[in-house]
Design a protein around this ligand. Structure first.
Ligand SMILES: Nc1ncnc2c1ncn2[C@@H]1O[C@H](COP(=O)(O)OP(=O)(O)OP(=O)(O)O)[C@@H](O)[C@H]1O
Ligand SMILES: [Mg+2]
Length: 285
């Protein structure tokens, strides 16, 4: 039982991802504890951003609930965490133990980030031929699915084509994941727009539960795994990103040399206030 915060002192995580620690709770349940760490370019920084873990957890919970009519997800009742200090419990999720499918399911509704860089080079994104004349952050006629492999901690994810994804996990699972990913993206894009936010692109993870069903796991539509901006700003060339892109841009600006740094207070404050703004805009009635 999770009686109090000692659970997290007495139990070692089963494993640790870049940002999350995964604890075994029972035969079929895990507790995912999201830290205040930030990663960028597949590098995890030691310096932390206070409250980030709680905010990511709140945003993921919000979206898991809003999208449960589209696909089953790993969220379970977490009332047994009530005796734990809110500082800890608010950054925890109780989830179904699943076998992760080692693919990142990426959907893009706009041409941004690394997809734009590839488009400028060869007119393609993944192996999809794109229309001519697209500018940075332009909306695509229909959202595209551009999967990548999910690397182990310390390794880099690699973009793959949908055909390669089918070879890795089989045609049926690959098509199911692609279709559900696009459906989830379209739903959330429309929802976010009504709240004044533009969901530019996003990444999902899926896993197999013990019935063999493919369900949604990890996090969903958080500013760590999605690009957001204010809807009114999407056509500005110097759009302000309300997600990790702001931090990536900062690292480029300071010509970061892939070593640990102390993140300036000012930068931490901007990151956390933007993540908070995304949450507040989403829950606004
Ligand atoms: N329900 C679940 N069952 C089993 N494993 C899960 C479940 N939900 C998430 N996971 C796994 O927990 C880990 C969470 O790790 P975390 O998000 O910190 O880093 P990461 O996924 O390795 O990196 P990044 O998110 O930057 O790509 C991932 O390996 C993910 O596949
Ligand atoms: Mg993750």
């Amino acid at each position: 039982m999770v009686q109090n915060e000692n659970f997290f002192l007495e139990n070692k995580p089963l494993f640790s991802g870049k940002i999350r620690e995964i604890f075994n709770y029972s035969e079929d349940k895990l507790i995912i504890k999201t830290s205040d760490k930030i990663s960028a370019f597949d590098f995890v920084f030691d310096d932390e951003i206070p409250s980030k873990g709680k905010l990511l957890t709140k945003i993921a919970k919000f979206w898991f609930d809003k999208t449960k009519h589209i696909i089953k997800n790993h969220i379970l009742d977490d009332s047994m965490l009530t005796s734990v200090n809110p500082e800890i419990s608010e950054s925890c999720l109780v989830v179904k133990k699943c076998k992760p499918i080692r693919i990142e399911a990426i959907v893009r509704g706009y041409i941004s980030g690394s997809a734009y860089n590839q488009y400028v080079k060869d007119g393609m994104v993944s192996n999809i031929k794109m229309e001519d004349g697209l500018k940075l952050n332009d909306k695509l006629e229909t959202p595209i699915f551009t999967p990548s492999t999910k690397a182990e901690v310390g390794e880099k994810d690699e973009n793959i084509t949908f055909d390669e994804m089918m070879n890795i996990i089989g045609e049926e699972k690959a098509s199911y994941i692609k279709n559900k990913s696009v459906e989830l993206y379209k739903f959330a894009h429309e929802y976010a727009l009504r709240k004044g936010l533009c969901l530019i692109d996003t990444k999902f993870e899926f896993g197999c539960d013990n019935n063999g069903d493919v369900i949604l796991i990890d996090e969903i539509f958080t500013p760590d795994c999605s690009r957001y901006c204010l809807a009114k700003d999407i056509s500005n060339q110097d759009v302000e990103f309300f997600d990790k892109q702001f931090f990536r841009n900062y690292l480029k600006e300071i010509k970061w040399n892939e070593t640990q740094i102390t993140i300036p207070e000012k930068i931490k404050n901007i990151i956390i206030s933007r993540y908070e703004k995304v949450y507040l805009m989403l829950i606004d009635e």
